[in-house]
Design a protein around this ligand. Structure first.
Ligand code: FES
Ligand SMILES: [Fe+2]
Length: 482
C-alpha cells in the first residue's frame, strides 16, 4: 500500500490495497490505462530491439510504444536513439510503423542517404544532425538554429544483447534498474545470444493479463497438461503441502520426490520432459541441447532416483557446455554458473520483457499495449552460434493471428486463455483477482511497483523494489517499500 507521508504522491486509480487482490478495473479502465501511458512508460527502460538487428553502421530500426516512436541507430560512435519527429512539422523521419500489422518493425540503413523526411525533404545524418533544409531562405533565421533542428536524442543503452530506451533522463541505468538479475544473466552470456526466429501476435487482452500468464507455473497442470502428465503417478502432487520443493541449479524446474521408479526410468522421464518443452516452445531447451541430453546415460548414477536426477542434470549441463563450446559456441560453463549465478526458468525484466533460460538457449517475450484491451505480444527463440556462423538477424517478427496453428504448442495453449480471461474480468461481481500469496507473488509485486510509478515514488525506491523481481517467478508476495 502506498503511503504519502509528505502528501506529494499522486492518487492511483483502482490501487492495490490488499497485495493478494488485484482490482479487475486495472485491466480495462481507460483512466488506469491513461495513467500508465503518462506515468509508467515514459520512466522505464523499454527493450527497443535486439542489438544484432543493428549490425552495420547506419542500420536503424523503429521502436514504438503507446504512441511514442523512437529511431534506434548504430553510428560510428555507438548506438543512439532519436525521437521520431521531423523538426519542421513533426512527420516521422523514418518508419511510422503500425504495431501489430504484418510489418511490425520498420528498419533500414541510413549510412549513405541519412534520414530524409518524406514530407518536405529535410535531412539528418545518423548522429541526428540536420544536413539539409530545402529553401532555407524561406525561413526566419531564428527558426533554423542548428541545435533546434537536430533530431531530439532519446536515452539508449545496450545491455544483454538488446538496446533499451528510456524517455526519462533521471532514471537509473538499465543495470541499476534491473539489479542483481542483470549480473546473473551476464554470467550466462545472455549478451552473446542471437535470435533464430521471432513471432508476433495481437492479443485481445490488456498487456498485463498477457504478461501475468507467464509469471507463475501454477497454470501448468491445467493449461499445459502434456508438461505435467509425465509426472503423474510418479511424482507427488507438486502442490501438496507435504512435499518439499527443491530447486536445482539453473535447470530449476520444480522437482519433487520420486517414488516407485528406478533411476533409469526417472532419467528417461526427464529426457521426455525436456523434449516436450523443446518441441512445445520450438526452442527454450534447444533441439541441439535435447540431443545432447538424450545421449547422457543414467549409468553410474545413484540408485536412488531422487539423487540420480540432479546428478544427471549436472552431467547434461557439463555435456552441453563442452559439446557446444567444441562447436565454437560462446556457451558459459553451465555447471559453474548454476552454482555461482543461478537463474530462474523464467526471468521477468520489468516492465515488459521476459527471458526463459533452461540450459544455454532461451525464449524471450516482449509485450506492448495497443489500448486498454489489446496488446502486441512478441516471442523470440534465442541461442548461441559459433563466431562467424551467426544467421542473418531476424528483422521482423512473423505476425500471426493468436489462434494460429503455426504458433508452437505451448504459447498456443497460453494464448487460448488470455483473450477469454479478459472477457471474464468484465463479469458482474468480479471485483478483483485473488492471488496465491506463495506462488503468484510476482503478479502482485509487479502490479504494486506499477502503482509506485503511477503514484510518483522516487526512482531510487522504484529501482530498489524492482530488484526484488529477479528470481521471483513462482515466488511469494514480498514487502516492496520497507
Ligand atoms: S515535416 Fe519534415 S520536412 Fe516538413
Ligand atoms: Fe504457460
Amino acid at each position: 500500500m502506498l503511503k504519502s507521508p509528505d502528501g506529494g504522491l499522486r492518487s492511483v486509480p483502482f490501487p492495490i490495497e490488499d497485495p493478494e487482490r488485484i482490482p479487475a478495473r486495472r485491466y480495462y479502465d481507460q483512466a488506469f490505462y491513461d495513467a500508465e501511458v503518462e506515468h509508467l512508460w515514459p520512466h522505464v527502460w523499454q527493450m527497443a530491439c535486439r542489438e544484432e538487428q543493428l549490425q552495420d553502421v547506419g542500420d536503424w530500426i523503429e521502436y514504438e510504444n503507446v504512441g511514442k516512436s523512437v529511431i534506434v541507430v548504430r553510428t560510428t560512435s555507438g548506438v543512439k536513439a532519436f525521437h521520431n519527429a521531423c523538426r519542421h512539422r513533426g512527420v516521422p523521419i523514418a518508419g511510422g510503423t503500425t504495431i501489430g500489422s504484418s510489418h511490425a518493425t520498420a528498419h533500414g540503413n541510413c549510412a549513405k542517404s541519412g534520414f530524409v523526411c518524406p514530407f518536405h525533404g529535410w535531412r539528418w545524418n545518423m548522429d541526428g544532425e540536420n544536413t539539409l533544409v530545402y529553401g532555407k531562405h524561406l525561413f526566419s533565421d531564428r527558426q533554423l538554429d542548428a541545435d533546434d533542428i537536430n533530431l531530439i536524442p532519446c536515452r539508449a543503452e545496450v545491455w544483454g544483447g538488446c538496446v533499451w530506451i528510456n524517455h526519462d533522463d533521471d532514471a537509473p541505468s538499465v543495470k541499476e534498474s534491473l539489479g542483481p538479475v542483470a549480473d546473473r544473466l551476464e554470467a550466462h552470456n545472455v549478451q552473446a545470444l542471437r535470435a533464430e526466429w521471432a513471432y508476433g501476435t495481437v492479443l485481445p487482452a490488456n498487456w498485463k493479463i498477457a504478461m501475468e500468464a507467464f509469471m507463475e507455473g501454477y497454470h501448468v497442470m491445467q493449461t499445459h497438461p502434456q508438461l505435467h502428465k509425465p509426472m503423474e503417478g510418479v511424482y507427488h502432487d507438486p502442490f501438496d503441502p507435504d512435499v518439499v520443493l527443491r530447486k536445482e541449479g539453473s535447470a530449476n524446474a520444480r522437482r519433487v520426490a520420486v517414488e516407485g521408479v528406478t533411476s533409469q526410468q526417472a532419467v528417461e522421464m526427464q529426457k521426455h520432459h525436456l523434449a516436450l518443452l523443446s518441441e512445445g516452445m520450438a526452442g527454450m531447451v534447444h533441439a541441439k541441447e535435447v540431443e545432447i541430453a538424450k545421449s547422457v546415460s543414467h549409468e553410474g548414477l545413484s540408485q536412488d532416483p531422487n539423487l540420480a536426477v540432479p546428478q544427471w542434470y549436472g552431467l547434461v549441463m557439463k555435456h552441453i557446455s563442452e559439446g557446444l563450446r567444441q562447436r565454437g559456441e560462446p556457451v558459459p560453463d553451465l555447471l559453474a554458473v548454476a552454482q555461482s549465478d543461478p537463474i530462474n526458468a523464467v526471468e521477468f525484466l520489468f516492465p515488459h520483457h521476459f527471458l526463459l533460460p533452461i540450459f544455454s538457449s532461451m525464449s524471450a517475450y516482449r509485450i506492448r499495449p495497443l489500448g486498454p484491451e489489446s496488446c502486441f505480444f512478441e516471442l523470440w527463440s534465442l541461442t548461441f552460434y559459433p563466431e562467424g556462423q551467426e544467421p542473418d538477424p531476424v528483422m521482423e517478427p512473423i505476425v500471426l493471428p493468436f489462434d494460429s496453428p503455426e504458433f508452437p504448442p505451448i504459447p498456443r495453449q497460453d494464448y487460448s486463455n488470455i483473450p477469454i480471461q479478459q472477457k471474464g474480468l468484465h463479469a458482474k461481481g468480479f471485483e478483483f483477482m485473488r492471488l496465491s500469496k506463495d506462488m503468484e507473488g510476482l503478479i502482485s509485486n509487479f502490479q504494486r511497483i506499477l502503482d509506485g510509478y503511477l503514484a510518483g515514488l522516487p526512482q531510487e525506491a522504484l529501482a530498489k523494489a524492482q530488484h526484488q523481481l529477479g528470481g521471483n517467478f513462482d515466488g511469494p508476495i514480498v514487502e516492496l517499500w520497507g
